[in-house]
Design a protein. Structure first.
Length: 442
């Protein structure tokens, strides 16, 4: 397991300016982004080497102390007398300013480094995954070959090669060679130009996806939330500010739908869908700028729940006000009751199955059960096929469509019906779990 990294930084020695390390990408300097991403990926010991020798400027040294407090043990040093934080352990060598994500770091940490051999990465934009080279004596890997995993014994050779005067952007000769690991990584981009920054932003955008993202999140919401997040990062807006602003817009959509009439309903539907899209922005900003926290996640979930409750409570009120039909109030009360029972049953199912409660994960487990040849019931089959309709991003899009065409009552009718189906599905799953418990040997 790799526990330390060495960054060969493009720094202006003895100056307040840090050259390429100071280049800002999505709210963070490149060097700061490297350090924080390494720490998030599990590498807590980081040595930043000044390429030309000497010591970095006071500004960068001050910033590095802040990174150490927040993320990892960070040491800045020149070439003279530099030492590894963990003298006997292998290290990840990063030549220059490179953008990658924490998942890439986690994969690389699992690779094995043995003896005097080294792993060197190729450029993913040229279709080069990680390659392995062997060198003996004077044979060496060419400069700028990419990130590398190095044994601790190669560190003095690295310093000697750097002292030999390599050209700008390269590390000079490095010993190399081993067998390829099972996982080949290509999730990094070296940043030297504006064109490189575009590749780096694309890599970071792709890293924002989550396994629990549904079809509409991947293909609609995130495509729109990404440029909004980039704009808000440039304006230095915090994730919690986005969450609270989204809450205000969600409450406004609920108030509008409760007023009744086509104009209010249209505005409410459009706003409800925008809130669903913008709901991803706070998480994207938090992950891109490393400002995530348990409090922020809880606040986001609470605000999402409040927006949904307010919208669904006001929907029948608006329909009743616009049509003078009290039946909508009865249907609204039924919907509230069904939703409450549905989530109570969901919580009971989670407790019985000792599952963390991710509906998408539950659907995945049923799919795996089907692939393994185990029999699934028609309700399980239906739950997998229709699982997407219980996702927040689908509910908001579906609501907007019916609000735009002026038939919000159809949205209310179908949500009552779909909630009833979901309730039956949860009951069936609970009955099976209880039966399994009874037949399990004690």
């Amino acid at each position: 397991m790799v526990e330390q990294a060495v960054i060969l930084a493009d720094l202006a020695v003895g100056s307040e300016r840090a050259g390429a390390a100071d280049r800002v990408l999505l709210g963070l300097g490149l060097l700061q982004r490297m350090v924080l991403t390494l720490a998030q990926g599990g590498i807590r010991h980081i040595l930043v080497l000044v390429r030309e020798g000497g010591t970095p400027g006071a500004k960068l040294a001050h910033e590095a102390r802040g990174w150490q407090d927040a993320a990892a043990s960070v040491k800045l040093a020149g070439m003279e007398g530099a030492e590894l934080p963990l003298p006997q352990a292998p290290f990840l060598l990063l030549d220059g300013m490179i953008v990658f994500d924490a998942a890439w770091v986690a994969r690389i940490r699992q690779c094995q480094v043995a003896g005097e051999r080294i792993l060197v990465g190729g450029d993913p934009r040229r279709g080069q995954a990680y390659g392995y080279f062997h060198a003996a004596g004077d044979r060496a890997v060419s400069a700028g070959a990419g990130p590398a995993l190095c044994p601790a014994a190669s560190f003095p050779q690295l310093l000697a090669a750097l002292a030999g005067g390599p050209g700008h952007g390269g590390t000079g000769a490095r010993p190399a060679g081993t067998q390829p690991p099972e996982q080949r990584g290509n999730g990094w981009v070296r940043v030297h130009s504006r064109g490189d920054e575009r590749w780096a932003r694309r890599l970071l955008r792709l890293s924002l996806g989550k396994p629990s993202d549904g079809f509409f999140s991947r293909h609609l919401n995130r495509r729109i939330s990404w440029p909004i997040s980039r704009l808000l990062i440039g304006l230095r807006v915090s994730p919690n500010q986005v969450t609270l602003a989204n809450l205000a817009l969600g409450l406004l959509s609920g108030w509008l739908i409760g007023r009744g009439g086509y104009a209010n309903t249209l505005a409410a539907g459009l706003l409800f869908q925008f809130v669903s899209i913008a709901d991803g922005c706070d998480g994207e900003i938090a992950r891109l700028t490393f400002r995530f926290s348990p409090l922020g996640a809880r606040l986001d979930n609470l605000c999402d729940l409040v927006v949904l409750i307010v919208f669904f409570l006001n929907l029948p009120l608006g329909l009743s006000a616009a049509t003078a039909d009290s039946h909508y109030l009865v249907m609204g009360a039924l919907q509230v009751l069904l939703v409450a029972v549905f989530y109570l049953l969901l919580l009971a199912r989670i407790r019985l199955s000792r599952h963390r409660g991710n509906i998408a994960e539950m659907a995945r487990q049923v799919q795996e059960k089907n692939k393994e040849g185990r029999k699934i019931t028609w309700l399980e089959w239906l739950g997998v096929r229709l699982g997407f309709i219980y996702r927040k991003e689908f509910i908001s899009l579906y609501a907007m469509i019916w609000c735009v065409v002026g038939r919000a009552e159809v949205f209310l009718w179908t949500t009552v019906g779909l909630t009833s189906v979901g309730l039956v599905y949860q009951l069936d799953a609970i009955v099976k779990l209880l039966a399994r418990r009874r037949t399990r040997p004690t």
